[in-house]
Design a protein around this ligand. Structure first.
Ligand SMILES: [Zn+2]
Length: 125
């Protein structure tokens, strides 16, 4: 879908941000909280250490926040605007959506976060 060498390719294909070859997360499943957020320590192809500095992925919280807001707005528009639910039920729909998408938002936020710091680089050898 996205060209290799772009950040979107790395984000949506679960690939290392530097070489776009090695996997970032251990499992490709997006379901199951524990299984879906297990990361490799470093890239199996180019050896990039994913934990750039201690607690590096705490910063991914900011990305999670942004994604959660976007998700909440979308859930609200669908529940309130399209299905015509009451305000209270729309709020419940937001909560269910946000909780249900936790594994996906965590995965996405981590790979988006590391992509902000690491750029694509063609392997040297
Ligand atoms: Zn790599």
């Amino acid at each position: 879908m996205f060209k290799k060498g772009s950040k979107l390719y790395s984000i949506f294909n679960n690939k290392c941000p530097r070489c776009n070859e090695g996997d970032f997360m251990k499992n490709n499943t997006k379901f199951g909280l524990i299984k879906s957020v297990k990361m490799h320590e470093s890239c199996t192809i180019c050896n990039l250490k994913y934990m750039i500095e201690p607690s590096f992925f705490y910063g991914a919280m900011y990305v999670t926040y942004g994604l959660t807001i976007a998700l909440s707005v979308a859930a609200f528009i669908i529940a309130y605007g399209i299905f015509g639910l009451s305000f209270v039920y729309s709020t419940v729909a937001i909560a269910i959506t946000v909780i249900g998408f936790i594994p996906i938002t965590i995965r996405l936020s981590r790979i988006i976060w590391i992509n902000m710091f690491v750029s694509y680089d063609v392997p040297q050898d």
